[in-house]
Design a binder for this molecule. Structure first.
Ligand code: ACO
Length: 329
């Protein structure tokens, strides 16, 4: 097994207080609790308060992760924020977070956009910075405020997503514990399958793009479903094979929480029973890049995920972009 290079020193998460249940959605669009639960596994999700921002949520999660790691914000050497729902197009959400958590004014800070795979992309980056000695303590946050980019009249998307943030501090490993591998992939052949088509430079916002809802999430669910089962399974298998880990030796899969049926397909193909997938999608829905670090932190704080356990992470999202990570936590 290759030597660990970096490890997660502490985790934290934040979800907004407001709970939006399936029953409330029944009153807004032509859907039912029964449809949502059987097709996705989701019962409720969190919705950010008016005025609450992506950087507010990221900062709350980051502060908790720093406390868990026993570090101050001034100890950070790099801030990476994975999000497709930034506060603004310019500047980066990472710069807002740097300021809000009180990190050093010279701490490099930037955003990455890999949709639901953003946290694994961020972990990979952090590992490489730590491994090369370019940074000692890296903050990686997955955060999304998807409720602001939903078309609340579109039942095919609005029932799926929720808001939240999860954070990890990545630093040098001093022994067996640590990240074993990351594998990142993307396939630009799927750019049409999951988009927020308007509001960027290709379709600058105008009164008509806004009236047509072009600034909201557009998705061909079946394309994404199939791509997710196939690619999450293959990336997970690659992680296990590269590290010589048998499926039976994985203590927890901490997956991107999009849909219970997707994860059922991955469980069958990878040969790890679903009861070893750490799941909370029933309470939070799909929080995109935030879903893995929220689940990880919940597992750690509940005492289910323990130091030294073998974890497998996998995520796929818009792009499509996907990846996996294996670690001795
Ligand atoms: N309530 C009731 N009926 C609905 C709803 C709803 N919320 N949404 C769709 N339907 C209807 C459809 O209109 C369709 O009706 P029709 O047969 O009369 O045309 C019927 O339900 C079946 O629709 P399908 O799209 O075939 O349903 P499917 O079983 O594929 O489930 C779903 C849809 C849940 C979106 C699934 O395709 C999926 O999970 N895809 C992955 C999408 C995803 O997770 N995206 C998130 C970002 S990427 C990621 O995180 C992996």
């Amino acid at each position: 097994m290759p030597a660990p290079h970096s490890r997660i020193l502490g985790t934290g998460h934040y979800v907004p207080e407001r709970v939006l249940t399936n029953q409330e959605l029944e009153a807004k669009v032509d859907t039912s609790d029964e449809w949502i639960v059987t097709r996705t596994g989701i019962h409720e999700r969190r919705i950010a308060a008016e005025g609450e921002t992506t950087s507010d949520m990221a900062s709350a999660a980051a502060t908790r992760a720093l406390e868990a790691a026993g570090l101050a914000a001034t100890d950070l050497d790099l801030i990476v924020i994975a999000t497709v729902t930034p506060d603004m197009q310019l500047p980066s959400t990472a710069c807002f977070v740097q300021s809000k958590i009180g990190a050093r004014r010279d701490c490099p800070s930037f955003d990455i956009a890999a949709a639901c795979a953003g946290f694994i992309y961020g972990l990979d980056l952090a590992d490489k910075f730590v491994r090369t000695g370019a940074a000692k303590n890296v903050l990686v946050v997955g955060v999304e405020l998807l409720s602001r980019v939903m078309n609340w009249d579109d039942r095919t998307t609005c029932v799926l997503f929720g808001d939240g943030a999860g954070a990890a501090i990545v630093g040098a490993s001093d022994g067996e514990r640590g990240l074993l591998s990351t594998h990142l992939y993307a396939d630009g052949g799927f750019t049409q399958s999951l988009q927020i088509p308007g509001g960027g430079s290709a379709e600058p916002p105008t009164a008509s793009t806004v009236a047509e809802g072009r600034h909201t999430v557009h998705m061909i669910g079946k394309d994404i479903f199939k791509a997710a089962v196939k690619n999450l399974s293959s990336a997970s298998k690659t992680a296990l094979e590269q590290n010589g880990i048998a499926a039976d030796d994985v203590d927890w899969v901490v997956p991107h929480q999009a849909n219970l049926r997707i994860l059922g397909g991955v469980s069958d193909r990878v040969g790890i029973p679903l009861d070893r997938f750490y799941l909370n999608l029933e309470r939070y829905g799909n929080t995109s890049s935030a879903s893995i670090p929220i689940a990880l932190d919940e597992g750690v704080r509940k005492g289910d995920i323990k130091p030294g356990q073998t974890l497998l992470m996998c995520a796929l999202g818009g792009g499509v972009a996907w990846g996996s990570a294996a670690m001795r936590f």
